[in-house]
Structures are given as C-alpha cells and as structure tokens.
Design a protein around this ligand. Structure first.
Ligand code: PNS
Length: 171
C-alpha cells in the first residue's frame, strides 16, 4: 500500500473549449481539497476545437490567477503518464448527470488499470451548473441566444469576437 504524499497534487484534465462556469466551480472546489491543482488541456484531440490550445490556456489563466495553488498546463498522450510525470496522485473530474457517468466510469477504471496509484476523484456539479456544457454554450451563442452567467465574462467576449470574425469571413 502506498502512503499519502505530504502534498496532494491533482490534475483536472479536459478540453475546456471554452471553460464554463461549471468548470470554474469545480476548480474553486478542487483548489480547497488539494494542495496543488493543475488544470490541463488535452492537446491531441480528435475533435475540431473552436479555440487553439494556446487560446484556451489564456482563457483559463484569466480566471484562475487569483487561486494561488491552481495552475494551467496542457498535455499529450496518456493522462496517467502525464499525471505521474507531474507527481500527481489524483485526477479530478466533474459529473453533471447520469449521462456523464458511464463514460467517466470507463475512463476512471481504465486509468486505474494503467496506473493504480492514481485515483480519480469525482465532484458532483453544483445544481446551478449541471446543465452547462461547452458544446451547448457554443451552440446557443452561435444561434444568437444569451449565455450570460454560463461562462466567465472574459470568455463571453472571446466567443463573441470569434463568432463575429467567422461571420465576417463568410460574407
Ligand atoms: O473535457 P473532456 O473532453 O471530457 O476531457 C476528456 C479527457 C481529456 C479527460 C480524456 O479524453 C483524456 O484523459 N484523454 C487523454 C488520453 C487518455 O489518457 N486516454 C485513456 C484514458 S481513458
């Protein structure tokens, strides 16, 4: 049995395309549970992201800079290899609804099989955030709906700029 490390480092991995208030809630709560929390963006995604990894990192830094034990990073390849390289013993993930559960359950078991020393810790999304997803936020703003209160203000501005630019390129 491995002993508890003196300082618990957790990785909060994801696409964050873009960060929502649901992600931010998890970061806030995670920062109180762990000594160090590394919010890390997967680089080699098969999905076509709206924002580059660099833009997503900037958006994350904008909203986490007030948390002294939170940092932003990105990674390639297997999450458990990255976590081990960072000396992390926890992977933090959020669960919004039952529909998230099956995928998260599979990933957590696969990660534990690959690296038994790393535990996945799940936090249930706050009830105010349980319906928010990056995908829906992009869809709603793209179709002219309001996303006020769903993402940090700095992210809303970036989304508007990105969509305006896309619209003017299509004229
Ligand atoms: O925000 P997302 O898209 O739900 O995040 C998914 C993520 C990045 C956590 C997941 O795809 C991941 O960890 N990918 C890294 C590749 C990996 O380790 N795969 C095997 C573990 S199941």
């Amino acid at each position: 049995m491995t002993t508890k490390p003196a300082k618990v480092i957790a990785i909060y991995p994801g696409s964050f395309d873009p960060i929502t208030n649901g992600h931010l809630d998890l970061i806030e709560r995670g920062s109180r549970l762990f000594d160090r929390l590394i919010v890390s963006i997967l680089r080699n995604e098969s999905k076509q992201p709206l924002f580059s990894v660099e833009e997503r990192m900037e958006m994350l830094w904008d909203v986490v800079r007030d948390f002294p034990n939170v940092e932003v990073d990105c990674f390639d390849g297997l999450l458990v290899h990255y976590a081990a390289a960072k000396q992390a013993t926890v992977v933090l993930r959020g669960i919004r609804a039952i529909s998230d559960y099956e995928n998260e359950w599979q990933m957590a078991l696969m990660n534990r099989r690959l690296q038994p020393d790393i535990e996945t810790v799940f936090l249930i999304a706050g009830e105010a955030h349980s319906f928010i997803s990056s995908r829906l936020v992009k869809e709603v703003i793209g179709l002219g709906g309001s996303i006020a209160g769903l993402v940090p203000q700095s992210v809303e501005i970036r989304l508007r700029n990105r969509l305006q630019r896309a619209a003017s390129n299509n004229i």
